[in-house]
Design a protein around this ligand. Structure first.
Ligand SMILES: C[S@@+](CC[C@H](N)C(=O)[O-])C[C@H]1O[C@@H](n2cnc3c(N)ncnc32)[C@H](O)[C@@H]1O
Length: 246
């Protein structure tokens, strides 16, 4: 008689990957993929734990101000949702926004959108944001401004050095940004092979943000006046922010 095993276990998979990563026979390419998988397993475990608490995909509170993907940059008065700690709710936004229809007045994210896959998850996020906002509610989105970078290509040495310092000064990849094109590559597909950083999966400019949120049903999408009470001051330089109104 065949005995069917229990449902595949993320914990078991993680242990097996950890063991494979110790194996000298595991080559560089496989190891990179396994490390990325480990990160996704971590996100899945947090998400599954939250899903068990909120099995219908809606939490029971109705926060009026919400930040998505804030990481360690928490905003006073906002309910913070992120895939990993610290956040008020650990939730993988690619699976939807766990909030009730027409319940949020202000939703904010910066340097988050470029980390989820386009078009599937990005367009799903835009539609979900539209769903959870009240009529007249606002979605503020900031991302690295690809147009800013491309406008300066080829950049003068001073500007290129400033960009590299501001964006990658504390990163292991610093020594490998040797030309301005390397900087452009990093902005478009940041792919540090570390557990600390998730890659950039798509690049944005103002035109793309306007198109994206208009397509999701927002009435207006306009440039947002940077407000350091909400946004992370270190993000202002070289970023583009828009506010989409429902
Ligand atoms: C580059 S950090 C930006 C953090 C902060 N907004 C800032 O500007 O300093 C990207 C953030 O997005 C979060 N994130 C990435 N993918 C996510 C997902 N699928 N669901 C929820 N949060 C996600 C990461 O955990 C991280 O905190």
């Amino acid at each position: 008689m065949t005995v069917h095993s229990a449902a595949p276990s993320l914990d078991l998979l993680r242990e097996q990957i950890a063991a494979l990563l110790q194996e000298p026979a595991t080559g560089h390419g496989l190891a990179r993929t396994l490390r990325a998988t480990t990160k996704q397993i971590e996100i899945s475990r947090y998400h599954q734990a939250s899903s068990m608490a909120w099995p219908n995909g809606r939490i029971d509170t109705t926060p009026e101000k919400v930040q998505i993907g804030g990481g360690t940059h928490r905003i006073d008065g906002f309910f913070n949702i992120d895939a990993v700690p610290p956040a008020d709710l650990l939730w993988d936004i690619r699976e939807g926004i766990p909030l009730h229809d027409a319940s949020v007045q202000l939703m904010f994210s910066e340097h988050f959108l470029e980390h989820i896959d386009y078009p599937r998850s990005v367009k799903h996020y835009a539609r979900e944001a539209h769903r959870v906002l009240t009529d007249g509610g606002e979605l503020v989105t900031g991302v690295p401004d690809a147009a800013f970078l491309l406008r300066h290509y080829p950049a003068n040495t001073e500007l290129a050095t400033e960009m590299v310092e501001r964006w990658y000064g504390k990163r292991d990849c610093l020594g490998d940004i040797n030309t301005f094109l390397d900087l452009i590559n990093y902005a478009f597909r940041d792919q540090d092979d570390t557990p600390n950083y998730t890659p950039h999966l798509w690049a944005y400019d103002e035109e793309k943000l306007i198109q994206l949120f208009a397509e999701a049903g927002f009435r207006t999408v306009e440039p947002w006046d940077f407000d350091a009470e909400i946004a992370n001051p270190k993000r202002q330089w070289g970023s583009v922010y828009v506010v989409a109104k429902k």
